[in-house]
Design a protein around this ligand. Structure first.
Ligand code: IMP
Ligand code: MG
Length: 184
């Protein structure tokens, strides 16, 4: 067994909101549920949304008990600030042809919902066999778009969070836990 060193909180981090063990247990639980739901489905494609969902996607996939492929898409709607522009840009598309595949979009967090709304519209046009969404986190108080998640890890309050893939201007992305941050 390896032991995990928790880096000390830096001054812009307010508190640990979700610790590494709690995340691990939730990801395991979600993976089991997804494995069960896709048990009889062929051609499952997991699409992780870069960069924020890269850790969640890899942890989730490694616990899946059903055959699948992994692809990534990169989008941007934020600059270095914490407010969504609602103006989603496609930076890098998936490589796989999604037609007739069972597609599961994996996001880090549902905030305004504009990113997921854009993705669902964009992917639906490619005629997948089915299209579902998973996110580790959701801020229900911030939701503006009309989107629902099929799989959700945790609901959190309207605070800016970093770690486990999520960043603030590229900072704190690789923290093993999710922390609330106040930009200084
Ligand atoms: P939405 O389009 O407003 O739902 O925003 C979705 C994207 O904004 C997420 O995929 C994240 O990359 C980013 N985001 C939203 N809230 C946070 C946060 O609290 N911390 C880090 N990134 C966030
Ligand atoms: Mg994201």
């Amino acid at each position: 067994m390896s032991s995990i060193t928790i880096p000390p909180l830096s001054e812009d981090l307010v508190r640990v909101l979700i610790d590494a063990d709690t995340i691990e247990r939730k990801v395991y639980e979600l993976s089991r549920k997804i494995s069960e739901d896709y048990r009889d489905k062929k051609d499952l494609v997991i699409v992780g949304v870069l960069k924020g969902a890269f850790i969640f996607t890899s942890d989730l996939c490694r616990q899946l008990l059903t055959p699948h492929t992994v692809d990534f898409i990169a989008l941007s709607s934020y600059g270095s600030s914490t407010d969504s522009t609602g103006n989603v840009r496609l930076i890098m598309d998936v490589r796989e042809d999604l037609a007739d595949k069972h597609v599961l979009i994996v996001e880090d967090i549902l905030d305004s919902g504009f990113t997921l709304e854009y993705l669902k519209r964009n992917f639906s046009a490619r005629k997948p066999a089915s299209l579902k969404t998973a996110a580790l986190l959701s801020k229900p108080d911030r939701l503006s778009a009309d989107v629902q998640l099929d799989y959700l890890g945790f609901e959190i309050p309207d605070v800016w969070v970093v770690g486990y893939g999520l960043d603030y201007a590229e900072r704190h992305r690789t923290l093993p836990y999710i922390a609330e941050m106040h930009p200084v």
